[in-house]
Design a protein around this ligand. Structure first.
Ligand SMILES: O=C(O)CCCC[C@@H]1SC[C@@H]2NC(=O)N[C@@H]21
Length: 258
């Protein structure tokens, strides 16, 4: 196992995971789809520059140089529903990577379904995509973007969305994409091993302990509907549970607005 000193901690690249860093690619998620079939095990693909980075719900992802962009392509164990829960595994890994690199937890929280907030602004996002095989899902591409050095302007993101922030602006701490990759890969492997053994319960509990706006009124918007209610919990399937005027509602996919 390769060891590297980062801050005050020794980082270890996780056993069994591949690592490649590309100078430039269209999108690391697109690259994951292209190479998935030829991989013997899980592989991290990091790019220093993306020319066509994509975000959730068909949006573009603004990706200035110096920010982190990577995709983990893996063959997920379990059912397709279990595969989708990897967004919580990845969120926790992101949280831990920030803590490992900055030595602080203050200001960090997780926004359902899979954003990381720093001082209330969005510092990281996750795009989960399935890679089809003959019998359905063959691989999962977990794409992760982190505003390490620069955040897009408010005008570049959706109206009403949480304001984007960067790690550098909020903390004064400069982290390179390669160092972030090492910290994230180590944290992901730890949470993935826990998920493989104990399934979703401990992941859910840890996620809820770091959740933004738990117990508060929030709005969940899909393409066709809007639901406002008190953010009660995330259920055992990863659904957002809101207590609305009409009763309890479990929402599988939506954008959340505060
Ligand atoms: O919309 C979001 O919040 C998710 C953004 C995910 C962006 C990352 S950057 C690395 C990977 N490659 C892509 O094209 N998108 C994801």
């Amino acid at each position: 196992m390769k060891e590297k000193k980062q801050g005050t901690r020794a980082m270890a690249w996780p056993e069994g995971y591949g690592r490649r860093v590309l100078a430039e690619v269209d999108s690391t998620n697109a690259e994951a789809v292209r190479i998935a079939g030829g991989l013997a095990g899980p592989e991290w693909i990091c790019a220093l520059r993306q020319t066509a980075a994509r975000g959730r719900r068909g949006r573009a992802w603004v990706n200035p140089e110096g920010n982190f962009a990577a995709t983990l392509v893996m063959r997920p164990s379990g059912t397709p529903a279990d595969a989708a829960l990897r967004s919580f595994v990845a969120s926790l890994a992101l949280f831990d990577a920030f803590v490992a690199l900055t030595g602080r937890t203050d200001g960090l929280s997780l926004k359902w379904p899979n954003d990381v907030l720093l001082n209330g602004g969005k510092v990281a996002g996750i795009l989960l995509e399935s890679v089809g095989g003959a019998g359905g899902l063959s691989h999962l591409a977990i794409g992760i973007g982190v505003n390490l050095r620069a955040a897009p302007s408010v005008a570049e993101v959706e109206t009403g969305a949480v304001r984007p922030v960067s790690l550098l602006d909020e903390t004064g701490i400069a982290v390179t994409p390669e160092d972030f990759l090492d910290a994230l890969a180590e944290a992901f492997a730890t949470h993935e091993a826990r998920f493989a053994t104990y399934r979703f319960a401990p992941i859910r509990e840890a996620w809820l302990a770091r959740a933004a706006r738990l117990g508060e009124e929030i709005t969940a918007r899909t393409g066709t509907s809007e639901t406002r209610g008190r953010f009660e919990t995330v259920d055992g399937q990863g659904n957002l549970v809101l207590k609305t005027a009409g009763g309890r509602v479990a929402i599988a996919a939506a954008d959340v607005f505060f």
